[in-house]
Design a protein around this ligand. Structure first.
Ligand SMILES: [Zn+2]
Length: 378
């Protein structure tokens, strides 16, 4: 089959790779209909992930049609249209039983990120195998392990371009608002107007926040989130963000501050020892009202310097963090999509055949031409 692979150095290319096969009774094979770019791929594309091997198939978020099921798969049949959660989890270990699917002990493919993170987390599609990853969705076919845990049938009325965001971006945004315990009347600030930041803002609105303010340095993304999520936008190139946020929150500061700024664009090494970046997190800690909640969302470099620990303690802030939600929110998000309460397809600003994967990632990396996410079709 054809697949978009990491080619070493800083290149991606479409290669011919062997078709995936069922390996376990709980596996299924999906024929991909849509896959999308993800910011967590960028360090890989820049050659910043030493664990990656050339030839590994990229693609964390995808949707497709079931073509083959293992003997123990109960919830899916051939020809079902499914979206597959980006975290691979077993559904049966202690963490999965607590609903913490992204913390699964058994989802990785064997060798894990334990040296970097202290403990392994769930596996993921399109991540390097040495970091617990599986071949990804920028391909004609994908093997989906633990299919009953991570894959969900898409309601007929929901388009592919909408539903593919239920794989990871929408659950991440939903989780950002959930971890912040956003409640009616809250003022919420979100740093980062990429897909996850925009979906976090939308989730905060859905949970009844009084004001939601998104901070970014891109006018195109800010006007998109203002238009689609009905929220306020601040471009930190033009305004004093801290002063504006105080002004818009009765002088107290936002109740919940979500750093959804993602992986820094500058090519520092991932995920190891030294990192600048962290500017959004520092600003979030400074902006947040006393006793408020700061949420760190999405994939991050291993270390940030100059973390404002004193402000954190002095103001009595809670900090919560999650790279991913895991699949538990996907059914509810699909139901919201079916009721048009959650609209995501505008985030797919560009559509391309898989053959143009290298062009698509260049566009995505450079945020050129208003690009938020690129959707590939094999
Ligand atoms: Zn598990």
């Amino acid at each position: 089959m054809r697949a978009l692979c990491w080619a070493g150095a800083d290149a991606v290319e479409v290669r011919r790779v062997p078709d995936p096969e069922l390996r376990n009774a709980q596996d299924m094979i999906v024929r991909v209909r849509r896959s999308i770019t993800c910011g967590a791929d960028l360090p890989l594309l820049d050659g910043r992930v030493p664990e990656a091997s050339a030839g590994e198939v990229l693609g964390r978020e995808f949707l497709g049609e079931v073509v083959e099921v293992g003997t123990e798969v109960r919830r899916h049949r051939v020809a079902d249209r499914v979206v597959v959660g980006a975290a691979v989890a077993c559904g049966a270990c202690w963490f999965c039983r607590q609903g913490l699917l992204a913390c699964c002990d058994n989802g990785t493919s064997g060798v894990t990120a334990e040296p970097e993170w202290g403990q392994p987390s769930a596996g993921g599609f399109g991540r390097p195998a040495r970091l617990g990853g599986f071949a990804g969705g920028h391909a004609e076919f994908v093997r989906v392990p633990y299919a009953d845990v991570g894959a969900f049938a898409v309601p007929e009325s929901v388009s592919d371009d909408r539903a593919v965001f239920a794989a990871d971006a929408a659950p991440a945004g939903w989780y950002g608002a959930e971890l912040g315990e956003v409640a009616p009347g809250d003022v919420v600030a979100v740093w980062g107007a990429g897909a996850v930041g925009q979906l976090t803002a939308g989730a905060a609105v859905a949970r009844g926040a009084d004001r939601v303010i998104v901070v970014d340095d891109r006018d195109d993304r800010l006007s998109m989130v203002a238009r689609h999520a009905g929220v306020e936008a601040l471009n930190h190139r033009y305004v004093d963000v801290l002063a504006e946020l105080r002004e818009r929150s009765g002088g107290r500061g936002p109740d919940v501050c979500v750093d959804a700024s993602g992986v820094p664009a500058e090519p520092n090494r991932w995920p190891l020892t030294e990192a600048d970046g962290g500017a959004a997190l520092r600003e979030a800690v400074h902006a947040c009202r006393k006793g408020g909640v700061v949420v760190v969302l999405d994939a991050r470099p291993g270390v940030v310097d100059r973390f404002p620990l004193g402000a954190l303690a002095d103001k009595g802030l809670a900090v919560r963090a999650a790279r991913r939600r895991g699949a538990t929110a996907i059914p509810e998000l699909l139901a919201r999509m079916a009721r048009d309460e959650l609209v995501t397809e505008h985030l797919a600003t560009h559509r391309m055949p898989l053959e143009r994967g290298a062009d698509g990632y260049a566009l995505f990396r450079d945020r050129a031409d208003g690009c938020v996410r690129v959707v590939f079709t094999p």
